[in-house]
Ligand binder design. Structure first.
Ligand code: FAD
Length: 307
């Protein structure tokens, strides 16, 4: 009970400062936005370390900070905790939430926790279906559009969704993938954030397709600075994105020189974002991998283009 009262008081204190911004309002009111993604720890003992990282990220004044959600919802408490901490330090949090591996009742519980913590921005995701999982939850949301519709009916949430410039790996075609985005937009998605991509032409083609399908909400470009050769294989296998020849050559050149690879990967991300901003892609999301120094370097490299 005491905790609830404290939280409630806190809610009003923060609210009075006007920090409960909806991301849709930020996107509508600013020409360019730069947001950051962080991930919560896997263990409780690492929580304070993660909070320090997030606090450092907030000193860069991102427009919002998204917090990922453990694949099967096992670390959902940490996502909420980090999101609330972002709010407490004057930032705008976006809490990720997946639904396919949990009973609806569990997802509803997590939504209630987020709501009580004052979190109004949620990235509604289906989540990956683990191959090894033989028993499926009896009563679950099957696709992200169902979760989006639920959130929109439940309360005053700003809801984002995922999109894939090179299509979701499970989709048969780019057309069927775009149709899934139409379902999400029709369910009330306020914006989309893209999977990582390394060739800007892919994003511009993808956005044209979205427009042709009648999707008019903002599409935020997700950029991953790849600063170690080992990151490439992991990123490709997780996301299904392609690595352009120029980037593959760069990685081959610096395969045995970690410091040079770090610089080359950071420079590649800077050049990619600069090109996006110069060609009218105004909303950028950086997959920081919880690396404040690299994030700071990327932000420095684009500072003159952010207004
Ligand atoms: P959906 O939109 O439900 O799509 C899944 C598949 O089903 C697609 O092939 C789609 O075309 C198809 N489909 C969609 N709707 C329908 C429908 N109504 N009928 C038939 N087919 C349909 N994962 C995590 O575990 N935690 C995270 O924090 C996380 N954050 C992410 C952030 C971003 C920006 C992105 C791009 C991905 C993130 N993921 C995260 C990964 C994501 O959970 C996986 O890509 C997952 O496999 C799909 O999620 P989705 O919400 O895009 O699913």
């Amino acid at each position: 009970m005491l905790l609830y009262i404290l939280k409630t008081n806190y809610y009003y204190i923060v609210s009075a400062r006007g920090d409960f911004m909806k991301i849709s309002e930020i996107l509508a009111s600013k020409k360019n936005t730069v947001s950051l993604e962080v991930f919560p720890p896997k263990q409780w003992s690492k929580l304070s370390e993660s909070k320090k990282t997030v606090k450092k990220m907030l000193t860069y004044k991102p427009d919002f900070v998204s917090v990922t959600y453990g694949a099967a919802g096992t670390t959902s408490g940490y996502t909420a905790e980090i999101a609330e901490d972002i709010l407490a330090h004057g930032g705008v949090p976006l809490s990720h939430l997946t639904c396919v591996n949990s009973e609806k009742s569990k997802v509803r519980e997590v939504i209630d926790t987020l709501e009580q913590g004052g979190i109004k921005n949620i990235l509604a995701l289906r989540g990956d279906i683990p191959k090894e999982m033989t028993e499926r939850p009896h009563d679950a949301f099957h696709y992200a559009n169902e979760l989006i519709a639920y959130l929109k009916a439940k309360g005053d949430f700003c809801v984002g969704a995922a999109c894939y410039p090179e299509k979701h790996p499970e989709s048969e075609s780019i057309d069927s993938d775009i149709q899934s985005l139409v379902y999400k937009a029709d369910a009330g998605a306020d914006f989309f954030t893209t999977q990582m991509f390394f060739d800007n032409a892919l994003l511009f083609r993808f956005k044209e397709r979205c427009l042709q399908a009648g999707i008019t909400v903002p599409v935020i470009a997700g950029i991953m600075p790849i600063t170690a050769v080992g990151q490439i294989g992991r990123s490709v296998s997780l996301s299904g994105c392609t690595i352009p020849k120029a980037f593959a050559e760069l990685a081959a050149t610096y395969a045995h020189s970690p410091e040079d690879m770090r610089k080359a990967g950071t420079d590649y991300a800077i050049a990619q974002i600069r090109d996006l901003l110069e060609h009218g892609q105004n909303n950028i999301h950086i997959y920081t991998m919880n690396k404040p120094e690299i994030t700071a370097e990327v932000l420095k490299g684009i500072a003159d283009l952010i207004r």
